[in-house]
Design a protein around this ligand. Structure first.
Ligand SMILES: Cc1cc2nc3c(=O)[nH]c(=O)nc-3n(C[C@H](O)[C@H](O)[C@H](O)COP(=O)(O)OP(=O)(O)OC[C@H]3O[C@@H](n4cnc5c(N)ncnc54)[C@H](O)[C@@H]3O)c2cc1C
Length: 260
């Protein structure tokens, strides 16, 4: 390998995420028909901290057929299990952290079928898991007088955190797409917030109701935060940047999952 190739390879390597901390399920509480609150605790969470809303953690699940997790190694690009398989990891919002009890709360959408949602459906107190993070988050723009928060069920934990973080004298317009009436959860109250729940049309692509809601707003808020299915978020990026001419600084748009 030439020195140029080696340098290019190094540039491609991703920064190693924080190490995994082992934890166990301490409690399970349904927040809606489609969302389960899971509290994870353990001594290895000592030093964990959530510094800003809407950040992320990687959760490492036991490989299919195993009861306990298998610690992966970082290859420079991804976490791999000892057998060379990609480690069973998914990304979630660290909803809250209790420093005294060393407990991290995550809220998991119970969609049709997937590694994480299947694990959550069958989870029991004491089940093992591991946590890496938190990862990056965007700081709230202190100058924004108004906020728009829009997303699907996967974005609800982040929307909840943002509602808690936005100062009470700001206005907040919230739009959430849920799969059905049973998808509503109680969101934190904010004196300046209006929350609109949109039930998804089962025949439409996921996120369609959010795209429709946001594109239909006459006067957009100073700061816009959207998250949900990647293609829907991409449609909103195009709308916000190309059609509305919004600055990159005033918009956070994040694909949280991809419809396969
Ligand atoms: C920064 C960040 C924060 C996130 N925070 C949360 C959070 O707090 N809570 C949460 O539940 N999710 C959150 N997500 C989304 C979560 O990572 C994905 O939904 C993930 O794919 C779920 O994994 P799974 O193993 O259940 O499904 P996968 O095995 O990844 O996917 C299996 C199938 O399910 C579909 N699918 C995946 N997610 C959904 C969904 N939400 N609704 C409908 N179909 C889906 C996929 O298209 C695929 O066909 C977050 C993602 C990011 C990037």
């Amino acid at each position: 390998m030439s020195s140029d190739d080696a340098a290019a390879r190094l540039r491609r390597l991703r920064r190693e995420p924080p190490p995994f901390r082992r934890a166990r399920v301490r409690s399970l509480e349904p927040l809606s028909e489609r969302m389960l609150r899971v509290v994870l605790g353990g001594d290895e969470l000592d030093g964990f901290a959530i510094e800003a809303p809407a950040s992320s953690v990687r959760l490492l699940f036991p490989p299919p057929g195993h009861a306990e997790i298998v610690m992966p190694t970082w290859t420079g690009n991804q976490f791999e299990l000892p057998d060379g398989e990609r480690a069973p990891i998914r990304t979630f919002t660290p909803r809250s952290f209790d420093r005294d009890r060393l407990e991290l709360t995550v809220d998991i959408v119970l969609h049709d079928h997937g590694l994480a949602c299947d694990w959550a459906r069958h989870a029991r107190i004491g089940d093992q898991i591991a946590i890496s993070g938190p990862g990056r988050s965007e700081a709230l723009d202190p100058d924004a007088r108004s906020h728009l928060l829009a997303g699907d069920e996967s974005a609800l934990p982040a929307i909840g955190q943002l509602l808690e973080a936005i100062p009470p004298d700001r206005s907040v317009e919230v739009h959430v797409e849920i799969a059905g009436p049973g998808g509503r959860i109680e969101l934190p109250t904010h004196p300046g917030a209006t929350v609109t729940w949109h039930e998804a049309d089962g025949d439409a692509p996921p996120g369609d109701a959010i795209v429709e809601a946001v594109t239909g707003i006459d006067e957009l808020a100073d700061a816009v935060w959207v998250a949900g299915e990647a293609a829907a978020v991409q449609r909103l990026r195009t709308h916000l940047f190309d059609e509305r001419g919004r600055s990159r600084r005033s918009v956070t748009a994040r694909g949280y999952w991809k419809q396969n």
